[in-house]
Design a protein around this ligand. Structure first.
Ligand code: HEM
Length: 509
């Protein structure tokens, strides 16, 4: 009875939705068995297949309907009973299709008068449903519920998470390919171990020592611009090159050109991840082990390309070690990671996969965020020439013709106000996701187990009830008496670096 053994072994996967591999696996086995017995070669196997597959198909269908219909409807009732409302669940895709439609419609509208009211364009679904259901509500991505939390007090609770109940989501698909199991996605002990290691590279003195490399890269960029006086410059491209150069020099001790393939690969992967963000995996039908889309195949190639370049960089660093002295492989971010590969203490030692994942994470987080911030800064200061003048005056007063240094930069008050306001209006990362695995009380709500939570920084930053009716105007003076005063001491309403205070040191604030 080899076929039955195979069937029962695979049965649980069947219920998880892996219908296709089982049927394919059964076909040849039944055929062979009949042939060996000298029996009917076509009808025999088919008849047996039909006999076996009918109950299995029925079971599979029931499991599928349970996952995509019964469970979400029961869960929706549970949410409603707990006072958490939201758009009704729709079979199979949840609200994903509505979201896609709203996003397409919003993106098709021309942006008038350079308005900073970007929330209805970037998060039209959240804006619409907040109006209808309030600041905290639930919507559906496929059969999975997503709780949106925009109440500042509740956001603070999620951020202060002393008991570690609000976990990061397990990454999969394109996100997994982008970040691997690096700091942005890892959890628990793994996160704590890597975070401790990486912190060394971002402490005060280390950061200060990076300033000359940043200044040198800035000078190269400005020199290039001088050749284009009177012409248009594509600043996003320029800052992309600049931030790539800075992160390459400060964290990886190389130039942009050495890491070019990594940056290019990450940018393409990011594009694929965004493009596929609302593609819902239908239980039982989306089986990437059997069928891969064109985008998935391309993403796999990109992941491999990025890995190869990083491993070549690691190998080069390892070759720098002389006389077994690991300190000679450098004290920058890459040096720290390479050293940790050879730690005597096994609990602190890291694998080559860890190195690759952290490098990918830093290339991505360090590059994209700063690029976006600088580009908006350029645009906003070009529009608001009064603030451009103020900023220039302040820099000239502090430095004159001297090259800026770390201590002086920390004293630039007007620049700090301007940056705070840009990060409020245009936070480069504008949403964060967490998951609760067990039932948890959040304010007045009892959140059911296995609920994903979204915190939208953009919603908080663009809420007129928090910032006033001039919320969509560029007004750095809001921050003239500091962040605490501007936010009425509710710091969870201005969170461009995320809700966890611990992150602010890492992202340079
Ligand atoms: C304008 C600049 C930046 C902004 C707005 C920003 C924003 C953020 C946000 C919102 C998070 C939290 C994500 C979450 O909790 O899910 C985060 C995490 C992180 N950022 Fe930044 N970031 C910036 C610059 C940087 C730079 C320059 C680096 C490194 C070179 C960096 C490295 C990281 C890392 C490694 C994490 C994960 C930290 C952890 O979980 O321990 N970021 N950043």
């Amino acid at each position: 009875m080899p076929q039955l053994t195979l069937l029962s072994a695979e049965y649980k996967h069947w219920l998880d939705g892996r219908v296709i591999p089982i049927v394919i696996a059964l076909l040849p086995n039944f055929g062979n068995t009949e042939k060996e017995k000298g029996g009917e070669t076509i009808m025999g196997p088919l008849a047996i297949l039909v006999c076996f597959s009918c109950p299995i198909l029925v079971l599979g269908l029931l499991a599928f309907l349970n996952k995509t219909l019964r469970k979400p409807i029961l869960r929706q009732r549970e949410f409603n009973a707990r006072g958490i409302r939201g758009p009704p669940y729709k079979f199979l895709f949840g609200n994903a299709r509505e979201i896609q439609k709203m996003k397409t419609a919003a993106a098709a509208k021309p942006m008038s008068n350079l308005s900073h009211e970007i929330r209805t364009r970037l998060e039209p679904h959240l804006a619409t449903w907040t109006e209808a259901y309030g600041k905290n509500f639930v919507f559906w991505m496929g059969p999975e519920p997503i709780l949106v939390v925009t109440e500042p007090e509740l956001v603070k609770v999620v951020g202060n998470d002393a008991e570690k109940v609000y976990q990061k989501l397990e990454s999969e698909g394109y996100i997994k390919k982008l970040f691997g199991d690096g700091l942005v996605t890892s959890r628990g002990e793994k996160w704590a171990k890597m975070r401790k290691l990486v912190n060394h590279a971002f402490q005060g003195d280390s950061l200060k020592s990076m300033v000359p490399a940043m200044v040198a890269s800035t000078q190269v960029m400005l020199q290039r611009w001088e050749d284009h006086v009177g012409e248009e410059i594509e600043v996003f491209e320029e800052f992309s090159l600049f931030t790539a150069e800075v992160i390459s020099r400060t964290a990886f001790g190389s130039s942009y050109f050495q890491g070019k393939l990594v940056f290019e690969g990450i940018t393409k992967l990011l594009h694929l991840a965004t493009k596929n963000a609302f593609n819902i995996q239908i239980p039982g039908l989306s089986c990437s082990k059997v069928y891969k889309s064109k985008d998935e195949i391309e993403a796999e190639k990109l992941e491999q390309q990025i890995r190869d370049v990083i491993i070549a960089m690691v190998t080069k660093r390892e070759e720098m070690v002389t006389n077994g002295d690991l300190d000679s492989c450098g004290s920058d971010f890459l040096g720290l990671l390479v050293k940790a590969r050879y730690e005597d203490d096994e609990s602190k030692r890291i694998s080559v996969d860890d190195v690759v994942d952290e490098c990918k994470t830093f290339y991505l987080t360090g590059h994209e965020t700063c690029n976006i911030l600088l580009t908006w800064a350029m645009l906003l200061l070009s529009i608001h020439t009064d603030w451009q003048e103020e900023a220039r005056k302040e820099v000239m007063t502090h430095f004159g013709s001297r090259t800026p240094d770390a201590d002086g930069i920390m004293k630039l008050k007007t620049m700090t106000m301007i940056i705070n306001e840009i990060l409020r209006l245009y936070p480069p990362a504008f949403e964060m996701m967490r998951k609760v695995e067990k039932e948890v009380r959040l304010g007045n709500f009892l959140v059911p187990a296995n609920t994903n939570i979204i915190i939208s920084y953009l919603s908080l930053h663009h809420d007129p009830k928090i910032w006033g009716e001039d919320v969509h105007l560029f007004k750095p003076e809001r921050f003239s008496e500091g962040l605490a005063k501007a936010t009425n001491n509710v710091q969870s309403v201005h969170i461009p670096f995320g809700v966890q205070v611990i992150l602010q040191a890492l992202c340079g604030w």
